[in-house]
Design a protein around this ligand. Structure first.
Ligand SMILES: [Fe+2]
Length: 192
């Protein structure tokens, strides 16, 4: 009988959360592999490489999640049917999507999992008591945040930066300054 300072009920509830996450990450890894294999277009090489790196990261997370379930003396899901019935994500075949559509789809999935993980970390008292799982879930969330950022960058969705540049230019116009942020950086180069 395992005795690691966590009661059985807590361990089993935490493992339900971990198994649902496992199903999500497994589906997202499969989806990322599918798009890595089947993406086409002018950006083929970059996307093929980026998605290859991302599924390798997801596969590492899968291993970490399943090992945590074993540490807590429970069983990890392991069949495709189980993954499909427990996941919060949906499959989307590559042939219905453009290369951009694939990146958007994956980015949405990462963001869905980030929101779910944030809620779990904030609200789940059983996980709050289990520092090891909290640490793992935080790591998993950070990895999804990192992958979502890279995918958003491919899509060129730097809306905050664009808005900031617009605001700076507006302020300069209001102050009667006839230079844009782009001119400022080239001007700086000239002065150096
Ligand atoms: Fe590959």
């Amino acid at each position: 009988m395992v005795n690691i300072g966590l009661v059985e009920r807590n361990r089993s509830e935490v493992c339900q959360v971990l198994n649902t996450l496992l199903a999500d990450v497994f589906l997202l890894s499969t989806k990322t592999k599918n798009y890595h294999w089947n993406v086409t277009g002018l950006h083929f090489h970059d996307l093929h490489q980026l998605l290859g790196e991302q599924y390798a990261k997801l596969d590492l997370l899968i291993d970490q999640i399943t090992e945590r379930v074993q540490v807590l003396d429970n069983n990890a899901l392991g069949t495709m049917m189980e993954f499909l019935s427990f996941t919060r994500l949906e499959e989307h075949p590559y042939y219905e999507l453009s290369d951009r559509g694939m990146v958007e789809e994956l980015c949405d999935d990462h963001e869905t999992l980030i929101r779910a993980l944030r809620k779990i970390l904030e609200r789940n008292a059983d996980i709050y008591c289990d520092a090891g799982t909290t640490d793992l879930l935080t790591t998993v969330m950070q990895q999804h945040e990192n992958m979502a950022w890279m995918l958003r960058s491919v899509l060129g969705q730097k809306s905050h930066l664009k808005q900031w540049v617009k605001n700076q230019e507006q302020t300069q116009r209001e102050n009667g300054v006839e230079i844009s942020v782009a001119n400022v950086s080239s001007g700086n180069k000239g002065n150096s």
